[in-house]
Design a protein around this ligand. Sequence first.
Ligand code: DX5
Ligand code: ZN
Length: 217
Amino acid sequence: DRKIKIAPSILSADFANFGAEIRAIEAEGADWVHVDVMDGHFVPNLTFGPMAVKAFRPHVKTVMDVHLMIAPVDPYIDAYADAGADVLTAHVEAGPHIHRTLQAIRGAGMKAGAALNPGTPAEAVAHLLDLTDLICVMTVNPGFGGQKFIDMTAKIARLRQMIGDRPVHIEIDGGVDPKTAPLVARAGADVLVAGSAVFRGGSVDKPEVYGQNIREI
Ligand code: DX5
Ligand code: ZN
């Protein structure tokens, strides 16, 4: 049956060595590279913007999966398309016009993702399923790595039901580790984001630890 993809989040990587870290996790088996963009407004943290994401692009050989924890989204869509994002995910909570935002993301040539915070019901994407390629289910409140997993298995199962046979990926993001991964995989997840669980104990000088961690998830 479907192979679960692992998308390490570089939020937990060494912020002084993103190029080397990206190359290391891909060499060690990462399926996608998850890039967490935070604006210090939608979430209480600030990471990097389009210029940095553009600098990451040449080092990403697989899929650059950009998770926008920003509001508003629309003014920046073209900048992330130019930066080379393959998947661009916006939070349904980031503004009043998620339907238009998803149309604009696809219009800019990227795969479109819709992200749901833990407090947002699956029904929030009921009218978006033909406009999205991916639904990102947050299993932590966004803003930081290393947080405790919040069980969203019922929401994942509900989404799986709503999606039916549409080609929409379910991505799980937050607190995914060898203990919680089986839970969400069984509920119907396709892509597992993991930051601290992948980068824990490794470094650009010890990339084999990343490979071990990825295989354990
Ligand atoms: C949180 C980010 C997640 C985070 C996951 O706001 O969207 O992608 O980096 O980190 P872990 O796997 O450590 O919870
Ligand atoms: Zn994320």
